[in-house]
Design a protein around this ligand. Structure first.
Ligand SMILES: [Zn+2]
Length: 241
């Protein structure tokens, strides 16, 4: 399994980092951050190759790149369907935002959009991809905040893109030998996020020592540390497991 990061920052893009998102095996895109189209081009990945999009929640740094992807697909000869998996309200919100900034965006497209909204505890399955949504603590004013147990073929990992330390996150950490987790700051105490100094040791505590932890959705002051098998993702880096 190949994980290509198109961005690693939290909402503030500190230090010039791109907003968090990554692509698995060049076809499953997690999050659509505002720079997603530019970043896919930067890593020489044809946006038409993306088969499935997975959204954790509707904050702008995770969601607002979608109009640009749709624009690309509409005018750059996408033919095959795209699946968009996300929290409830994803289809309505996406259509409202996309048609406001690009009127007519959904008209006369040569590709089908398959919207799949899932709730915590529900599964999404297609081909060799299985996603199980997990509720995480983040912004209660949004429709939902999701993490995911992900299986692609024989590979499995957990993902939480933006959340406080909570039962859902601990569940993801216990159940997966690879976890991709937000780590929004080095030591700030923010009730909707995790930090490196206080929260990551607690996350590592419930993981096996040999399990891998990749930190993303970071502030630029989050740097490699002494936690076992833990790395900080870098913009445009590729990791293989
Ligand atoms: Zn958020």
């Amino acid at each position: 399994m190949e994980i290509k990061f198109i961005g690693t920052s939290n909402a503030f893009a500190s230090g010039g980092l791109c907003w968090n998102g990554f692509v698995v095996d060049d076809r499953i895109l997690f999050e659509t951050p505002p720079q997603v189209l530019m970043s896919l081009h930067h890593v020489a990945l044809d946006p038409n190759k993306v088969e499935t999009i997975v959204l954790s929640h509707h904050h702008g740094d995770h969601f607002l790149g979608l109009p640009f992807l749709l624009l690309h697909w509409k005018y750059r000869e996408r033919k095959k369907p795209i699946r968009i998996v996300g929290p409830v309200e994803t289809e309505r919100l996406a259509k409202e935002i996309c048609t406001t900034v690009y009127p007519g965006l959904f008209e006369d497209c040569d590709f089908e959009i398959i919207w799949q909204e899932i709730r915590p505890g529900e599964m999404f399955t297609t081909d060799d991809l299985v996603l199980e949504a997990v509720g995480v603590k983040h912004d209660a004013r949004l429709s939902q905040n999701l993490g995911f147990h992900c299986s692609i073929g024989n590979e499995r990992f957990g993902y939480t893109g933006d959340s406080a330390l909570c039962d859902g996150v601990l569940d993801l950490a216990r159940a997966n030998s690879l976890l991709i987790s937000e780590c929004s700051s080095r030591a700030e105490n923010i009730p909707t996020h995790m930090n490196l100094v206080d929260d990551m040791p607690k996350l590592r505590e419930v993981m096996e020592r040999t399990d891998n932890l990749i930190l993303t959705h970071i502030n630029s002051d989050v740097s490699p540390n002494n936690l076992p098998n833990t790395i900080v993702a870098r913009d445009y880096a590729t990791y293989r497991y």
